[in-house]
Design a protein around this ligand. Structure first.
Ligand code: TXE
Length: 498
């Protein structure tokens, strides 16, 4: 990951309006959402609590921008030019974006910087998607008929994003939606809105026509819910909790809008006895501690072959002690703070539940001592059975469960014993076993001898209650299109009425 410089806390909070029709709109007499850095408890940003009327205005702007074809009517090549310039704009402002991301999320600055640069990289990939998107032809329907299958942008997309990777998740969607020719109204999480607002400015400065990418800030239950119900939004892409995902799906029935959902996970890390144990231990630790466990593809369930379980546990405990937890502004920090006091309380209550349910605490088990802010120790529970709450529910914090198995079949059964199906990791040096396992495991993303990695070339999304639809890759552009079939009669008509 890129080395970041040392930053200081800002002396003043930064104020933001919201971004509609290519311009900043001032907060005026609307209420504010104040954000304090979760690691320092200092006021860092203030954004607008937009109203449902603001949303309606933004949707009307996005509808007009779609209908008059100022963006959809351009060639893929022209759209790609804008996306490539936007990537340059992101790179040019990496320090500003990374700092805001760290201040609002509490994630380590080096990681935030990596995510911002990763976002620029995704824009560059998606630019190619604008040019590669194509349909199909059927030239085999006889001499009198030719059929085409064309892809068209679906229309106005409502984009609802979460707080765990505010900029990166945004970049896994925005350039693909734009590559397809759609227009956007985005609503970031109320606690992490800054970098989404800045992205709108950056893409606008890169030459995106006004009204194509609009950002509304404010409450999820009010603005987010209104987006999911909005009759003039053609598709909603939602990333967040499975509960709100379900309400999004229900609300979409009003106008049968298309819905893309990336939701929760309870992702297994299957460690076979023949694994390179040091690699597996390191991977499991990274998979748990990355973003302080607030990661939908985080590997929170170790499913370990019984014969090596004791050794795995011992090495895990030794290495966990070396994870550098602390001030996210320190470029050496590996694990920062927890996003909100609410999320912190949720994680701590799961830890207590684990103890009460009889799981054996291997390490961690509570808050990480700090003068200010909320931090949690990486926590490992062993002797976890699949009926325990900590094995079943998404905790979204650095809490690992270890469940053991004796046979291959048992490993697969435990791995798949969840309502979720977002990701899975398999650790083995036996290629046959790896292939048999990745075929059987029910997850949208599977990693073999690694975890939480990948690039924009490949699609992401979930099986089961982890979601529907796919983002990124060429699939990520196609996701935002409708398919149209065209039949063209050639050589005159054989009349029906004589
Ligand atoms: O998520 P919400 P929360 C999971 C994780 C976490 C839990 C709760 O388990 O502990 O969800 O987090 C907007 N209609 N994930 O409460 O509420 C909200 O403003 C429409 C996993 O923060 O789902 C934000 O923009 N939108 C996940 C977004 O939904 C609504 C990442 C996500 O918030 C809404 C985050 C409504 N009724 C949490 N209510 C992942 N898959 O990575 C809220 N929102």
């Amino acid at each position: 990951m890129d080395q970041a410089k040392q930053f200081n806390l800002p002396e003043q909070p930064r104020d933001f309006g919201f971004f509609v029709d290519g311009k900043w709109v001032e907060t005026g007499n609307r209420k504010l959402v104040e954000r304090r850095s979760p690691a320092h408890d200092v006021l860092v940003t203030r954004v607008t609590r937009c109203t449902v009327e603001d949303l309606d205005d933004a949707v009307a702007v996005a509808r007009k921008a779609f209908a008059d074809r100022r963006w959809a009517g351009l060639s893929g090549s022209d759209r790609a030019d804008v996306l490539l310039r936007a990537a340059q704009g992101i790179r040019a402002r990496v320090d500003e974006l990374a700092l805001l991301e760290t201040l609002e999320t509490g994630k380590p600055i080096a990681q935030a910087r990596g995510e911002v640069l990763g976002g620029a990289n995704i824009f560059e990939y998606a630019a190619g998607g604008a040019r590669a998107l194509h349909g199909d032809t059927f030239n085999n329907l006889g001499d009198n008929m030719l059929a085409l299958v064309t892809r068209e942008p679906i229309g106005v997309v409502g984009l609802i994003t979460p707080w765990n990777f505010p900029f990166f998740i945004l970049c896994e969607r925005v350039p693909f939606i734009l590559a397809s020719g759609c227009t956007i109204v985005a609503k970031p999480s109320e606690v992490t809105s800054a970098t989404t607002l800045l992205l709108a400015e950056i893409v606008s400065e890169a030459g995106l026509p006004d009204g194509v990418f609009n950002v509304i800030t404010g409450s999820g239950s009010e603005i987010g819910q209104a987006m999911t119900e909005h009759a003039d939004i053609d598709m909603v892409s939602f990333t967040g909790s499975t509960g709100v995902g379900r309400s999004t799906l229900l609300a979409s029935a009003g106008n049968f809008k298309k819905v893309g959902l990336e939701l929760g996970g309870k992702n297994p890390q299957i460690v076979f006895a023949d694994a390179n144990l040091d690699d597996a231990v390191d991977g499991v630790i990274f998979g748990l501690c990355f973003n302080a466990g607030q990661c939908c593809v985080g590997g929170s369930r170790a499913v370990v072959e019984k014969s090596i379980a004791a050794e795995f546990e011992k090495r895990l405990k030794e290495k966990f002690a070396k994870v550098r937890i602390g001030d996210p502004l320190d470029p050496r920090t590996q694990m920062g703070s927890i996003i909100t006091t609410g999320q912190n309380d949720t994680i701590l209550s799961y830890i207590e539940k684990g103890k009460a349910e009889g799981a054996r605490l291997v390490c961690g088990g509570g808050a990480h001592a700090a003068k200010v802010g909320q931090f949690i120790q990486p926590t490992v529970f062993a002797d976890v059975t699949m009926d325990m709450t900590i094995a079943r529910e998404e905790i979204f914090g650095p809490v690992l469960t270890i469940t053991t198995f004796e046979t291959f079949e048992e490993a697969i059964e435990i791995a798949n014993d969840t309502i979720y199906g977002l990701s899975a990791s398999i650790w083995t040096t036996n290629l046959d076993k790896a292939a048999q396992a990745f075929r059987r495991v029910q997850a949208g993303r599977v990693w073999v001898n690694t975890t939480i990695t990948g690039g924009p070339e490949t699609p992401i999304g979930g099986f089961k209650q982890s979601g529907t639809g796919r983002e990124t890759g060429i699939y990520g552009v196609e996701e935002y299109t409708e398919i149209k079939t065209v039949h063209i009669a050639l050589g005159g008509r054989n009349h029906w009425v004589a």
